[in-house]
Design a protein around this ligand. Structure first.
Ligand code: B12
Length: 218
């Protein structure tokens, strides 16, 4: 979708880490009833560009930390609006977590918030979750879906190990829980490599997928 000039400016302000301007823009956009999910998407685009600058050596780790802090403040403003605007009767239990070795949790937290708003019950195991913990929790909770988050290349190996261990444990029960991986660095190739069932790079695509897999009133 083409972005308006105001959206482009917002993304640029986040890229330039102009905290005050970004937050003022979020206030203004909420005031004029902009779609909160679109604000999140724009902020995600800004974060992606911050990551690119880091990769190109123009930003250092401190900039990633600063960007994460600004994003947290954006979510403090946007989350209550999302929660009042979206309420849907989804059904199903989702086991969620960021895989071992990875501490990125902003995206995972957004998928958790949105899924809850859409009526799903989310069990969030947090970040840096060892494969064994996913297996233990999956056996205990018997979730309808398992969502693994991971943003760094090293996460792909952890995802592969986690999924292999889950499938091994399930083989004794005859169950096969759909596994969805999410994160900005994912693509079809990663999905095939780690043997996940689905992959997504945005929270809204994730929630739409959850709804497709777990229709309300099943
Ligand atoms: C902020 C940030 C950090 C913060 C994270 C803070 C936090 N609490 O999460 C800090 C500073 C801690 C950090 C650390 C590091 N980071 Co970092 N980080 C980022 C950055 C800029 C933004 C990530 C983000 O929050 N985006 C915003 C959210 C909303 O988007 P998202 O995460 O993609 O999530 C959305 C979707 O993907 C989806 N989703 C996500 N998970 C799931 C799960 C499911 C089930 C579903 C359905 C959907 C879903 O929904 C979300 C909402 O739409 C990215 C850049 C990028 N392109 O992603 C780099 C990036 C991920 N980081 C990177 C790196 C290298 C690191 C470090 C190794 C740096 C270092 N030298 O220490 C460490 C790794 C630490 C570790 N072991 O995990 C690289 C990874 C490169 C690679 N291929 O490995 C990136 C890509 C930057 C880059 N271009 O180089 N980072």
């Amino acid at each position: 979708m083409n972005k308006t000039e105001a959206q482009q400016i917002f993304i640029q302000q986040l890229l330039d880490l102009e905290e005050d301007k970004v937050l003022a823009a979020v206030y203004a956009r909420l005031e004029q009833n902009d779609d909160p999910l679109e604000i999140i998407e724009d902020a995600q685009e800004g974060m992606r560009r911050v990551g690119d600058r880091y990769e190109q050596g123009e930003y250092f780790l401190a900039a990633l930390i600063m960007a994460a802090e600004i994003f947290r403040e954006i979510m403090d403003l946007v989350q209550p609006v999302v929660e009042t605007q979206i309420s849907s009767a989804g059904s199903g239990v989702i086991l969620l977590g960021t895989v071992q070795g990875d501490i990125h949790d902003i995206g995972k937290n957004i998928i958790s918030i949105l899924s809850t708003c859409y009526g799903f019950m989310v069990h969030d195991l947090g970040v840096d979750v060892p494969p064994e913990d996913f297996v233990t929790q999956a056996e205990e909770l018997r979730p309808d879906l398992i969502g693994l988050s991971g943003l760094i290349t090293a996460s792909f190996e952890a995802m592969a190990q986690t999924i292999a261990l889950i499938r091994q444990a399930e083989a004794q029960t005859g169950r096969r829980t759909p596994i969805i991986i999410g994160g900005s660095q994912l693509d079809e190739q990663v999905c095939e490599y780690v043997r996940a069932d689905y992959w997504v790079r945005s929270a809204i695509d994730g929630v739409l997928l959850f709804q497709r897999l777990l229709p309300a009133g099943r």
